[in-house]
Design a protein around this ligand. Structure first.
Ligand code: FMN
Length: 176
């Protein structure tokens, strides 16, 4: 299965987690195609036709990003608004994404305890990511799962390293 990883990080140069994830994936020959939205579109003008062709060419799409205000960085929202068009992604003639697998890889600043009903956030990460999961269903794709890293603000280099290996395993097991 061909896998496209769409990375939406506004400042990957100063990232700890998403940069490590990207670098670990890029060392895995033939595992994924990496596509970074912010470096690709520094002026914010997304090439919709090009993005649609890229999506059409892959069976599985992983959206990788840091959790920002319990949501995604803004360019991922812009990407969905502009690229998932009527007549292409949905509507009577729009089925370009049907039967593809979608997954999410998300880094989260706070610890897992925050994301419980007793924690300070109260909602689980799965609940907070429900717009992405609902979008997947709306375009008739299959939601394949979430790779998470909690506590990104207090993480050691060896923990990031270990998590990057888990991320690769997460992608490999999607094929099984
Ligand atoms: C603008 C902004 C908003 C953030 N919002 C959240 C949030 O809602 N919840 C949370 O747990 N962490 C939040 N964080 C922390 C990021 O999720 C964390 O820094 C990121 O996942 C680390 O990944 P990186 O090393 O690739 O940048 C936020 C950080 C920034 C800069």
């Amino acid at each position: 299965m061909s896998t496209l990883v769409i990375i939406a990080h506004p400042d990957i140069t100063n990232s700890t987690v998403n940069k490590k994830w990207r670098d670990a994936l890029s060392e895995q020959e033939d595992l994924v195609t990496i596509h970074e939205l912010y470096p690709e579109y520094p002026h914010g003008k997304i090439d919709v036709e090009r993005e649609q062709k890229l999506l059409e060419a892959h069976d599985r799409i992983i959206f990788q990003y840091p959790l920002y205000w319990y949501s995604s960085p803004p360019m991922l929202k812009q990407y969905l608004d502009e690229v998932f068009t009527y007549g292409w992604a949905y509507g009577s003639t729009g089925n370009a994404l049907a039967d593809k697998d979608f997954a999410i890889a998300v880094s989260i600043g706070s610890a897992p305890e925050s994301y419980t009903s007793e924690g300070n956030v109260k909602y689980s990460v799965e609940t907070l990511l429900s717009p992405m999961i609902a979008t997947t269903r709306f375009v008739k794709a299959n939601f394949a799962g979430i790779h998470k890293l909690y506590g990104a603000l207090n993480i050691t280099p060896s923990q990031v390293e270990e998590n990057a290996k888990d991320y690769i395993e997460f992608i490999k097991q999607l094929d099984k």
